[in-house]
Design a protein around this ligand. Structure first.
Ligand SMILES: Cc1cc2nc3c(=O)[nH]c(=O)nc-3n(C[C@H](O)[C@H](O)[C@H](O)COP(=O)(O)OP(=O)(O)OC[C@H]3O[C@@H](n4cnc5c(N)ncnc54)[C@H](O)[C@@H]3O)c2cc1C
Length: 398
């Protein structure tokens, strides 16, 4: 497909007034949680003399932390989503329903998967991280053909009902590969949804939920045993029809291998010219601005400034949306930027399915229905805040 430059969005050398006047362009790439907050903020505080363009491929933003409740059958997929159309309309933003496949930060230009180029004066990136199929295939041959990847969430959500239909016909053997919050929550959700299934969690050599304290890990191990979930401290090293190959040399019979291994920065960043951190994510200062390119901002898991606890990423990005809104307004009007104040509270809340959860806030540990209710309340409050028409400081997803 030949590239063309999107009309009306090309002239970054526009004069501020007169017949040839074209406003400068801020491109929002991805509709992650910070951008959801930003869109809400733009509805009440539009940027003066700046046209805003959103580039995001799906009509909704799935809240990944709610996916386990969809897997469990407690929520429909729509109940786990934030519709973008109302946000975009209220914010007066132009929306291109496509993805970026490349970025040239020097020329301030994105290449889109519809073959066009998109110039920007400022760019804000909130695309999240990805599960690299090729890297997974290299480390676990057969993964591409046989495993169900948890990301992208839209793809997983589309395929999960087929697993449920299969599970209604016969008892399945489900293996979840991963050791973080997503893997644990999904294993517990599968157990609730498919009560006849044999559920195994293959969590690698390090302990489950390595970021949690020993006491929480022990409680978690007990909770998984009580739910009949087998935990194997081994690596999945390959997949074939009906089996998972383990690092110890054994094979595990498996109908549905579910891959919830860590996600990585998208590979198109490598040729962008942006400074990246050791994980390939965009290196940003405390203002959320790229350390190498002053016209680029990055938030969420694609940026380098994350909470020490990875599982709190969603919450961090929601808070970061508040700072991002302030700093984009400042950048586009030539005002000084403010540093982002990261939330200091260290907490952990992992769903165990059926309305139960395990969590700790500093020294306070809670398990069972109470923790489950707290999680539901936080999730609900977050969704309601995202869907409401007024912008305020975010409630936080966790
Ligand atoms: C099963 C599961 C459970 C989880 N549980 C929790 C939890 O309990 N609490 C928590 O805080 N976190 C949880 N997480 C992690 C959480 O999903 C992430 O930390 C969080 O979603 C990161 O948000 P983000 O804003 O960086 O991007 P994302 O939520 O990943 O959103 C990125 C958006 O950008 C779009 N996009 C991607 N690439 C492009 C592109 N090239 N061009 C244009 N648009 C693009 C995507 O379509 C998407 O809409 C969980 C994850 C999973 C998979």
């Amino acid at each position: 497909m030949s590239s063309h430059v999107i009309p009306g969005l090309t002239d970054s050398e526009a004069t501020p007034t007169g017949a040839g006047y074209q406003p400068r362009t801020l491109v929002l790439l991805g509709s992650g949680h910070a951008h959801v907050h930003l869109l809400k903020s733009l509805a009440s505080k539009p940027l003066v003399g700046v046209q805003v363009v959103l580039v995001s491929p799906h009509p909704r933003q799935l809240v990944a932390s709610l996916l386990p409740s969809f897997v469990e059958g407690r929520r429909s997929i729509e109940d786990c989503a934030i519709a973008l159309e109302p946000l975009v309309q209220r914010a007066g933003v132009r929306w291109l329903e496509c993805s970026a496949k490349g970025l040239n930060a020097r020329d301030q230009c994105l290449s889109l998967d519809n073959g066009s180029l998109l110039k920007y004066d400022w760019l804000s990136i909130n695309t999240g991280v990805v599960m690299d199929r090729e890297a997974s295939e290299r480390s676990m041959p057969g993964a591409r053909t046989h495993a169900l990847f948890v990301r992208p969430a839209e793809g997983f959500a589309a395929l999960w009902p087929r697993v449920v239909a299969l599970g209604a016909e016969r008892a399945l053997r489900v293996t979840v590969v991963g050791s973080g919050t997503a893997a644990i929550e999904l294993a517990c959700a599968v157990r609730v949804r498919l009560p006849n299934a044999a559920v195994t969690l293959v969590c690698g050599a390090s302990p489950l939920l390595a970021i949690a304290g020993k006491a929480t890990q022990q409680q978690l191990g007990l909770a998984l045993r009580q739910r009949g979930i087998t935990v194997l401290q081994d690596n999945a090293v390959g997949f074939a029809e009906g089996l998972v190959q383990l690092g110890c040399g054994a094979t595990l019979a498996c109908d549905i291998p579910l891959l919830a291994t860590p996600a990585r920065a998208p590979t198109w960043l490598l040729s962008s010219g942006l400074a990246l951190d050791g994980h390939g994510c965009i290196a940003t200062a405390s203002t959320l601005r790229s350390t190498s390119h002053g016209t680029v901002f990055a938030t969420g898991s694609v940026g380098s400034r994350k909470e020490p606890f990875e599982h709190l990423g969603g919450r961090f990005t929601a808070f970061a949306g508040h700072t991002l809104a302030q700093n984009l307004a400042a950048a586009t009007s030539g005002a000084p930027l403010k540093p982002h104040r990261e939330p200091t509270a260290k907490s952990l809340l992992v769903s165990l399915g059926a309305g139960r959860a395990i969590g700790h806030w500093g020294p306070l540990a809670v398990q069972g229905r109470l923790a489950g209710l707290i999680k539901q309340w936080i999730d609900q409050r977050y969704l309601a805040a995202c869907r409401s028409s007024s912008a305020s400081a975010p409630a936080g997803s966790r």
